[in-house]
Design a protein. Sequence first.
Length: 359
Amino acid sequence: MRPIGEKYITSHEQALLAITFDGMLSLPSEVRPPRPLYLQWAAQVARIEQSNIRLNAELPEIFMPYREAGLHPVLLKGQGIATYYINPLHRQCGDIDVYIGKEGQPIANSILLRHGAAAEGEASDKHASYSLHNIHIENHRMILRINNPAGNRYFQRLVKEWHPQQSEMQEINEYPVALPPVTFNALYIFMHAFVHFLNSGIGLRQVCDWARLLATRQDDIDKVILERHFRKVGLLRAAKAFGYIAVHHLGLPEQDLPFSIKGMERAGEVLLDDIFATGNFGQYDTRVQPRPKGYWSGKWHTFCRATKRCMKLRQFAPGEAVWYPVTLIKGTITIQLNKLRATKRQVLCSMIASATCSL
């Protein structure tokens, strides 16, 4: 058995500190961690709880002005998925992702800026990032994009079919928030995890999120349609590998999956090995060289690393792996065009301001 200290480190790397703490409390006292480690662990759990409370309290501050502006915001991942956990405050949280749509995103962006938010990072063709009250918020014009063009077209059609009329309401901290319809969400939560898996890696928390959704909403998910979705987006084999881990390592009843996982033992164990090697979003992968500090050298490093990783893991979704380098290049071009447009606007505004003040 691994020392309890190593279990703490692994739980941290897999973004499951509070969940593992809950499980540890069910153990006999003689195999629990020594008091100093126990107190350290408990303190981290308290921080996770407070982070969840802060994010939950922020939801009305975002959704109310969006709705007042006539938008139809839908909460993605995060605090919505946390509601499927036994203790929602123990799911390790991150930011707030809101789907607004192409037409609504500029309006939502301006609302955040009026409320004192600051723009963060490089705007992509999928979302714009802001910081409000020290919370990271992403306004999505696109829920997700995958690399395979045919699979991506199918996925984007699915979004248009349900948004906004078929979103479902869920109370979070006694405030009603719209979530994606559950069968679509079971597809999306997996796809989001797999995109990050191909790019740099994921923690076991992403698989737990998917397993909790499948287990908690098993009676509401249309398994026939869900399997068809996985097949159409080209990710059925990848989903089966995730399903193998969920069943054989996380305790999900196999009947809660929309497909058979027979013959997925080897692929599932390869996937699990990679999850433990990379940790949450690849942050703990010791096999990867540090990213260079230069902007373009950093971009090139990311491109080479991601391309190499995709080729290594192409068994899970060959179509995604082949098209991934193209997606990276297109994304970089989009970011540079956005920067150019922003620079032109700043120059024009400065010229107008200068001319106005000289009158």
